[in-house]
Structure formats: structure tokens, C-alpha cells
Design a protein around this ligand. Sequence first.
Ligand SMILES: Nc1ncnc2c1ncn2[C@@H]1O[C@H](COP(=O)(O)OP(=O)(O)OP(=O)(O)O)[C@@H](O)[C@H]1O
Ligand SMILES: C[C@@](O)(CCOP(=O)(O)OP(=O)(O)O)CC(=O)O
Length: 418
Amino acid sequence: MASEWILTLTAQTPTNIAVIKYWGKRDESLILPVNDSISVTLDPGHLCTTTTVAVSPAFEQDRMWLNGKEISLSGDRFQSCLREIRARATDVENKEKGIKISKKDWEKLHLHISSFNNFPTAAGLASSAAGLACLVFSLGKLMNVQEDHSQLSAIARQGSGSACRSLYGGFVKWIMGKEENGSDSLAVQLADEKHWDELVIIIAVVSSRQKETSSTSGMRESVETSLLLQHRAKEVVPKRILKMEEAIQNRDFASFAALACADSNQFHAVCLDTSPPIFYMNDTSHRIINCVEKWNRSEEAPQVAYTFDAGPNAVLIARNRKAASLLIQRLLYYFPPNPETDMNSYVLGDKSILKDAGIQGIDDVEALPPPPEIKDKIPAQKNRGEVSYFICTRPGRGPVVLSDESQALIDPKTGLPK
Ligand SMILES: Nc1ncnc2c1ncn2[C@@H]1O[C@H](COP(=O)(O)OP(=O)(O)OP(=O)(O)O)[C@@H](O)[C@H]1O
Ligand SMILES: C[C@@](O)(CCOP(=O)(O)OP(=O)(O)O)CC(=O)O
């Protein structure tokens, strides 16, 4: 091997939102869950991680930069992913650059990794899921790993449980598996993103001051203290998984919404059943649930499903574009922005939903009438400034390699972040 070359690869990976939740591990170090879970992959056009991985004989150690800042790779989770993926590396040849790397070379070659999330990191938007999935996917491609996406998902799982579901687009199931070594605890695709492309997803990023308990420690405490978690894992989730798979296959929104809302509520009930109790949702989250429940009950069939992860942010799944535009009207009525806020920075992502709703500027928000389901009742309270911003998105595709050099985050000449 000549010593001056640098080989790079860039990939993009989506985040995902669980509609049947993963909460609780049976093995902490391998990250093996106590139940199956199901998620929807979110459109990477709006929420994604981009990661460039580089290898060179000139690199002296493995290094990583996240959003431009160097971070340590010494944690067990990063180390597990690096070890597992290196163990599966195969021969790589790049004729154009005259580079040949043999399977055994990978053991001594070091990596530089630069990653960027196009949405806030550690803000309850599952950056760890997209981030760890992207790390494993991009390294797998760079090292010519032959394993399929499900096998890669079992490696990403060891970085963060929910990351395994980001190896596929559309609707994904993480099968908990039975093996002690975790080899059968992996993700499979239930349906791709085109299967149910009417769905529209609106995320309400709720302003929150308090630092929440991390998912990792929260679920550890629930496993140790919550009897409801044991009941949920044994009796409730297995049946719900079957029903949710059926609802997705049949595009049965009424069942999908009932199951997703019930499962989110039960996950938060498990958090309350934990000792000491964990509070992830706040008053704003509860107000959003009320708004959706009230509206759904006033219609013949549910229009929107809600689900909340380990934080106060709401993920709202509307049955179609029409329902999404009626939803954004309601959300903006109850949660108008602070004065001086530019609508362009208050509603992000697919802004065409806003256009469908007839909202161009702040004046249109102020002029919104109360939703009909509260008509003739006590005027609804407005909660200005309780939501930081909304993101409009949809179910999206799985990881892809980006071949356009301009999207790479590492300079191919220096081996350092651009
Ligand atoms: N692009 C990335 N590449 C590698 N690791 C990442 C990346 N983005 C985030 N992470 C890891 O995930 C951690 C943040 O995870 P954390 O669970 O705190 O937040 P989150 O996933 O954004 O929110 P939540 O889990 O509440 O939805 C970061 O500190 C980092 O270790
Ligand atoms: C509430 C959840 O979002 C919990 C996600 O937990 P993480 O995957 O972040 O936890 P670790 O495996 O410890 O990294 C539900 C879900 O995504 O299924």
C-alpha cells in the first residue's frame, strides 16, 4: 500500500419514530429489548444524518467529529459498532485511485469520521438513531461488508437500540429475538415508504427547560421497578405488534391510530409506574393530546395519531394531506408563535401543508377561527410560545450512499472535516 492515499465514503440515513415502543432491555451491553417494536422512518429530506467515513494509512488513530466538533469514540457503544463492522470488512479495490485494501489491512487502518445532523442533536428528535445507523451503514459500505441491511441493523442496535430501525425506509419492525448473543435481534422492513404515502407527519418541538432522564437510564429504572413494564412486554405488546402489522398492511388508519396512541400512552404510564416516577411529557404535550382526542372524537373516524418518545415533543401522524392541513390550523390556533416570529422559521420541512391550510403569514394565524369541535363551549385557551417550532414531513426512504463529492464532510486531501 502506498501511504499517501485517502479513501472516503459518504452516506445519508433517516431517523425514525416508534409507533409500538421499545422500552426496556433484557441485556444492557448487547442492547437486547424486552419486546418487539415498530417504527415509521421519517423523510431524510427533512430529518437526517450525513456521515463521511475516511480511511488512510496516514491516520494515526480513529477520530470522529459530530456537527464540526471532535468527540470521543472511546465509549463502549461506539467501540462495539467499530469492532463488529471491522470484523466483517472484506477486500476493497479502487482502480481509479490505485488503492487496494485487503481484509486483514482493515485491522490496522484507522478511520476519520465526520457526521452532521440536519436537525437539533440530543433534542428528543432521535439523533442517536439516525447517527448510529449512519455510522454503521457508511462504514459497512466503505469496508465492502457483504451483510444485508438486517444484519447491519444488529450492529447498529449495539450503538443505540432504536438505531437498528433506521436501516430501512417505510415501516420497520425490530424483532426482539431469542438468542443470548443477540444475533437474531434485528430490524426487518414491513413495507416501504411508497406503501402508505398519504400519511403526513407533523412534529411539534415543544419548548422544554428541564433536562430529561435519558432513554437508557429511564428504561433501566423501569425494568428494575415497574410491574406494568413486565405486563406490557409479556401480555400487551405481542398482541399489539400483530395488530399493528395488519393495520399497516391494510392501510387501516383507524386501527393504526388507536394502536399508536394507546402504545404511546402506555409507555408513559410505565414511566409513571417507575420508582421514582419519570415525567417525559409536560403540560403542552397533554394539551396536544387533548386537542387531537377532541377532534378525533368529533369526526366519524380518527384523523390523527399521536406518539411521544422520551421527551415532550409530539409526533402527529395525519391520515392524509387534507387532515394534515386541518391539523396545522388547529395546532397554530392553540399554539401561535411569539410576536415577531417569522412563519418561515416556525413551520419547517414541507411547507406546502401550510399553503394547503391557507396560511401565508402571522396575520393568517391570528385570524384562525376556533376549531368547530369546541364551538359553543368555553373559548379555548391559546398557549402562545409553548411550541418552539413545527416540522412537516412524511414516511421516508432508508439509508443511501451519496456519490456527489460536494456532499462529503471530509476533505479528501487532508482527511479532516471540511
Ligand atoms: N450523527 C451522529 N453520529 C454519531 N453519533 C451521534 C450522532 N448524532 C447523535 N449521536 C449520539 O447520540 C447522542 C445524543 O443522543 P440522545 O439520546 O441524548 O439524543 P437524541 O437521540 O437526539 O434524542 P432522543 O433519544 O431523546 O430522541 C450524542 O451525544 C451522540 O453520542
Ligand atoms: C422512547 C424510545 O424512543 C426509546 C428509544 O431508546 P434508545 O434507542 O434511545 O435507547 P438505547 O437503546 O439505550 O440507546 C422508544 C423507541 O424509539 O422505540
